[in-house]
Design a protein around this ligand. Structure first.
Ligand SMILES: [Zn+2]
Length: 437
């Protein structure tokens, strides 16, 4: 029979025992059949056996924020290349942002994305519907029909909803349908034409600044509107310390607010910007050391619920433009785990099981996706991680079409070596290119 797999010698987190245990896992028909200390092939059984050699076996990662650029911007990324990149990064499910050309603002386009994802077959491709037609901020889309076509929430990511009245009405409608409003928080009267964080560094470099309050003032507005409407508000790529305070306040008074943070806002600050390399240009921008510290603190104390990559591929030509002229964004899927493992788990700030939760079960739960667990009967979406593998970041090895990352040359531990989605191997490390560690 097809798609039968027996995974031997995986190291699995046991939530009841609160410890790592050795487990074998039997997979059939896209589902996990059995998880046990010792499973073997019965006589006459046709099954592919993979020995995991004691490496970590964990639920596949779930990214609630990716830009796969299709339809319309396929020179940056396609559903197929984005999905392959996801699989290589250990991801088995992603949620696409609707800021494509055209924007995902109709049921037909939502259906099309879903089909493209299934055809590519490398990961589960979910999508958000746009809040406003063509993301122009003028007119609300038909939320009910977007939901029936599979939308898992609504967002105009890439731009903020400028009108509080429109946001309030969007929240009312989303709450009625039981889906989240997912916000890119940016007040354009405050962000203007800025290209990096408003700071001493920006002044020194002569670059126009985006103040933190461009984000946090809208986060505060939306937390209050969520309290008023009862909507589930999800804050994308939180980066400013006052935004985190606003989310913390919302949680304190019982607002259903969740927030995501990116690896780059946890790891980099505006001090690393020289102005010469637009691979450090992202929106929201890399902020101050105090903001970065607040992001880490928010993640550790549970104010921030999950990690998203905001995978945003661009062409080399675009990112080679001047800092002011280049588009915003970094690729993220293939580096997220090694970056976070190396800088937070190996340094003792975060436990491995907590990191894995932030990358999988937490986003799955917040968006009601049927993934993020390793249990008999569950979907066979799994990732195997070699924590001892040490490798240098080399964009030439990326499967994403985008090579735009500020992490080039970093030596990182902990790389995905095998990804299984729907019971099939979607990515497997074959070449061994470790550097000496
Ligand atoms: Zn955004």
């Amino acid at each position: 029979m097809e798609n039968r797999l027996l995974l031997k010698n995986g190291r699995v987190w046991d939530n009841q025992l609160q410890q790592w245990v050795k487990r074998d896992v039997r997979i059939e028909g896209g589902r996990i059949q059995q998880v046990d200390a010792e499973l073997s092939v019965s006589p006459g059984e046709s099954v592919a056996v993979l020995d995991l050699n004691g490496n970590i076996l964990t639920p596949g990662f779930v990214d609630p924020h990716v830009h796969f650029r299709s339809p319309g911007l396929e020179y940056k990324e396609t559903i197929a290349t984005g999905s392959q990149s996801a699989a290589k990064g250990g991801y088995t499910a992603v949620v696409c942002m609707p800021n494509t050309k055209p924007a995902l603002d109709t049921a037909e386009l939502m259906e099309w994305i879903k089909e493209q994802g299934e055809q590519a077959g490398f990961c589960r491709v979910f999508a958000y519907g746009a809040i406003t037609a063509a993301q122009k901020g003028q007119e609300l889309t038909d939320f009910a029909s977007l939901k029936s076509a599979g939308a898992v929430g609504f967002t105009d990511d890439g731009v903020g909803i400028q009108s509080g009245g429109m946001m309030r009405e969007a929240m009312r409608r989303a709450a009625h349908l039981g889906l989240p409003i997912v916000t890119h928080s940016e007040d354009e009267t405050l962000s203007g034409s800025g290209c990096m964080n408003e700071s001493e560094v920006a002044r020194r470099l002569g670059l126009s600044g985006i103040p933190g309050v461009a984000e946090s003032s809208q986060v505060a507005r939306d937390v209050v509107l969520a309290a008023d409407t009862g909507a589930h508000l999800h804050i994308c790529h939180i980066s400013d310390r006052l935004s985190i305070e606003a989310v913390r306040f919302g949680k304190t008074i019982g607002v259903r607010v969740t927030a995501e943070v990116t690896p780059h806002h946890l790891l980099l600050t505006d001090e690393q910007i020289t102005g010469a390399d637009a691979n450090f240009k992202v929106n929201p921008p890399l902020r101050s050391a105090a903001d970065r510290k607040a992001c880490i603190q928010g993640l550790l104390d549970g104010t921030i619920d999950m990690i998203a990559t905001d995978h945003a591929p661009h062409s080399d030509e675009e990112k080679q433009r001047s800092f002011a002229a280049a588009p915003f964004g970094f690729v993220g899927l293939e580096l997220a785990f090694p970056l976070l493992y190396t800088h937070f788990v190996r340094t003792g700030q975060l436990s491995i099981e907590r990191l894995l939760d932030l990358l999988s079960a937490a986003p799955a739960a917040a968006f009601g996706l049927p993934v993020g667990e390793l249990r008999p009967g569950g979907l066979a979406d799994l990732t195997v991680l070699d924590l001892n593998r040490l490798k240098q970041v080399d964009p030439a090895e990326f499967l994403t079409l985008g090579k735009n990352t500020p992490f080039v040359g970093q030596e990182l531990y902990g790389w995905p070596i095998l990804t299984i989605m729907d019971g099939r191997v979607t990515w497997q490390e074959t070449a061994h290119k470790e550097v000496q560690g």
